[in-house]
Write a new protein. Structure first.
Length: 256
């Protein structure tokens, strides 16, 4: 009886939330021909991705959620290219390797990757002005880190895979819906850098690392030159690994 009442309460809350959100969108004037067209694009993308994932999952015997991950990664590879995808994989592996040195637990690969990102970005921040940030140097760092911690990295990745399978199997539809929504959000990383703050500030550090293998802060040219954020530093690492100034790999990591 109690569980049925809780289920009804959850349904009522969800309906109220949808009603309030819809009313807010209507009164705010967000619904325009442009937003409706953009919504249509997202609906078409969702239907196409779901159809491909469901078909491939049926053939391969996989869960739809797992196949959706591959569909969205294939889209990232198609729009961003091999170098950006390689930078994404390299940064994840390097972060897991660094995070495995910390006491995150032998089975918590996500926490290890998150802490490894922070440590990697913080350590890089102290060496930004050193002329050592060539692509070859950063790939050497990744290879050395992964080779050094290879057993720990493999153990964490296997644990993450087992946890993924268990959680997807316990709620396959919810998992597929979550991956579908996350994948739709990740399509924003397929677009080039268009925002004003990206073009005027955030791309400065990656571009300087690409051209000079070092960051040369000049406060006369940029007021925030001496205050690169952790995010900017990691974007610089991605640029050095991928050989191009792209925000896509790191933004995908933040989304996941």
């Amino acid at each position: 009886m109690r569980s049925a009442w809780i289920a009804r309460a959850h349904s009522a809350f969800a309906l109220c939330f949808v009603a309030v959100a819809s009313a807010g969108i209507g009164f705010a004037g967000i619904v325009t021909p442009t937003t409706l067209a953009l919504s249509g694009v997202y609906v078409a993308l969702a239907c196409a991705a779901l159809a491909m994932a469901a078909t491939a999952a049926h053939v391969a015997g996989w869960r739809v959620a797992s196949m959706l991950v591959l569909v969205w990664l294939a889209g990232f590879l198609w729009f961003e290219g091999v170098r950006a995808t390689g930078a994404l994989v390299a940064l994840v592996l390097a972060s897991v390797a660094v995070g495995s040195c910390l006491r995150t637990g032998p089975r918590d690969g996500v926490l290890a990757a998150a802490m490894g990102l922070v440590v990697l970005g913080a350590a890089t921040g102290w060496a930004l002005t050193w002329p050592v940030h060539a692509s070859v140097a950063w790939w050497s760092v990744v290879v050395l880190l992964v080779a050094w911690r290879r057993r720990h990295v493999l153990r964490l990745l296997r644990a993450m895979l087992r946890q993924w399978r268990v959680r997807v199997a316990s709620a396959p539809r919810s998992a597929a819906l979550a991956v579908l929504a996350l994948g739709l959000a990740s399509t924003s990383t397929w677009l080039p850098n268009l925002q004003a703050d990206d073009l005027t500030y955030h791309l400065q550090l990656p571009m300087e690392l690409l051209h000079d293998a070092a960051y040369r802060p000049d406060v006369q040219r940029q007021l925030w030159a001496f205050a690169p954020w952790l995010n900017d530093t990691l974007h610089g690492v991605v640029a050095a690994l991928g050989g191009e100034a792209t925000h896509a790999p790191l933004n995908c990591i933040w989304l996941s």
